[in-house]
Structures are given as C-alpha cells and as structure tokens.
Design a binder for this molecule. Structure first.
Ligand code: ADP
Length: 273
C-alpha cells in the first residue's frame, strides 16, 4: 500500500504539488490525469524519491520512504517513462540488467531474469537480447523499457506516459499487455497519462490533478456519475463514449436508463479528415 499523506512540493516557493493525500491499494492500477503542468510527474516522482517532498510524507507498506535506502527503493519501485529512457550504448539484455546489476545479483540470476522478461514480452531472447535499442521498433523499445522497470521484481511500477510515443494499434496492444503483466506480477501500478481513454481503459482508480491538487480520486464509474468539479467534467467529456460506458460496466453498475446517453456518439473521425 502507498499512503500519500499531505504531500507538497514547492519550487521557488510555488506549490506544484499542493497538499495531496491519497491511499493507493496494493495490486491496483491508479491512473493520474490532468493537463500539462498540473504536477502529475512531480507527484509520482516523490513516491520513489526522484523528487524530494517539501512537506508531508509517503509511506510504503507503512514505512516512510525517506527511511528506505535509495537502492532498496530502486528494487521495490520500477520506473518506466515516455521514450523508454533506454541506454543507447547498452544492449537490450544489458538495459534490462541495469537494476539487478546495481543490486549485485549473480550473473546466473540476472541472465535468467532477462530471459524470462524477454520471453514474457514476446521478444525472443537470443535474437533481441544482443541488439541495441536503435535496432528495435518503437513498440519493441517500449516493451524493453517496461521489462527493465520490472527486472528487480518491484512491488510498485510507476509509469509516466509510457505509451505516449506509440502509434494507436501498438499502443492498444501495449495497454493490453500492461493489464496482463499487472495480473502476472501482482504489481501495484501508478500511471500518468493525459489520455482519458487510456485512463478509463486501465484504471481501477483515477486521480485527477488540477493546479497541483488532486480534485477527485475514485473509480472511473464514480467520476462519470459524479464529477467533483467542472474541470473533471470537461476531462470526462474528452473521453470517447464507449470508454465511459466500459468504466460503468466494469464497476458492475447497470447504467441508469438514459444515463451517459446524453451525448451523441462522435462522428467517425475518418469522415472529418
Ligand atoms: P505534469 O507532469 O502534470 O505535466 P510536472 O509535475 O512535470 O507536471 O510539473 C508541474 C510544474 O512544476 C510545472 O509548472 C513545471 O514547470 C514545474 N517544475 C517541475 N519540475 C521542476 C523543477 N525541477 N524546477 C522548477 N519547476 C519545476
């Protein structure tokens, strides 16, 4: 469990994350949404202490993250970012072995983990392990980025716009894979995106950030039924109708007759172009 307790981050006296509290349950997917500059990246980077909080505390299974050594945080919390952040001069296998290397794993244990993850991500280990990132497609690089983040078997996976650079079909596959991986490893996932469809597709809970504050935090269906602010309402309006309906169906709540029916289905975009 991740407890975010009245956390604030200030730069030059200005709060970019402003007194945020939320509890993230284990083995759930939490999606943080909001406009650019609303503090999403800063918030998740305080979980693994890439950013130090100005005020407040974050506890991981009851333990203040400031009392957890850096290497232990790297082991417990995987981190995957947009653009994948792969080291260009290291092979795929060496990239995935980064954190195990820092943790002093034996070669045999590291090699076995690299093979396991490459196989899981449908990248044949003997073919892809020795390749360099530039020899891979965008979708393959993205999978290696997530594999690297999972290498030390973290309990928590932080993902910052992990699918942002992918084209729509590969993106859909990557989103599907993520849910499978979350089940496979029972990982707690905290994912930042500006894409509301993605939020509705993946989230157990959505946290909406607006100007450094979390203005609503709850299951997608709750956001659809009772948006807390006009800003949340606008964000929800940006999601495609099928995604909103999906969130209600997933919650097991039969949509009230007429509910979520208020808006027409969007025109097929291909006809607008
Ligand atoms: P988001 O992820 O929602 O786009 P960020 O967390 O990246 O938002 O940034 C929130 C605000 O904090 C922005 O206004 C950004 O310019 C500012 N900010 C982020 N990092 C720094 C930094 N290292 N120094 C000063 N300001 C920063």
């Amino acid at each position: 469990m991740i407890e975010i307790d009245a956390i604030t981050k200030r730069y030059d006296g200005i709060a970019v994350v402003d007194n945020v509290s939320m509890v993230i349950e284990p083995r759930t997917v939490t999606v943080v949404v909001g406009t650019s500059g609303s503090g999403k990246t800063t918030l998740i980077r305080m979980i693994n202490r890439l950013v130090e909080a100005t005020e407040g505390a974050i506890r991981l299974d009851g333990e203040d993250n400031r009392s957890i050594p850096g290497y232990e945080l790297r082991r417990r919390i995987g981190y995957a970012i947009q653009g994948h952040g792969l080291f260009p001069h290291r092979t795929v296998a060496q990239n995935i072995a980064t954190v195990p290397g820092l943790l002093g794993w034996t070669k045999a244990r590291t090699d076995a983990k690299v093979e396991e993850l490459l196989t899981l991500f449908q990248l044949e280990p003997r073919t892809f392990g020795p390749r360099y990132p530039h020899e891979l497609s965008g979708g393959q690089q993205q999978r290696v980025g997530v594999a690297r983040a999972l290498a030390a078997e973290p309990n928590v996976l932080l993902m910052d716009e992990p699918f942002g650079a992918l084209d729509p079909i590969i993106r859909a596959k990557a989103q599907e894979d993520l849910l499978a991986i979350q089940k496979h490893f029972a990982t707690t996932i905290v994912l930042v995106t500006h894409d509301m469809n993605e939020a509705f597709l993946l989230a157990d809970k959505i946290a909406v950030m607006d100007k450094g504050r979390v203005v609503q935090y709850g299951p997608p269906a709750e956001l659809v039924r009772a948006p807390a602010t006009p800003f949340v309402e606008t964000l929800i309006g940006d999601a495609e109708r099928p995604f909103r309906l999906l969130s209600i169906a997933k919650a097991g709540a039969a949509a009230e007759p007429g509910e979520a029916e208020g808006e027409p289905i969007r025109e097929d975009r291909s006809q607008q172009e």
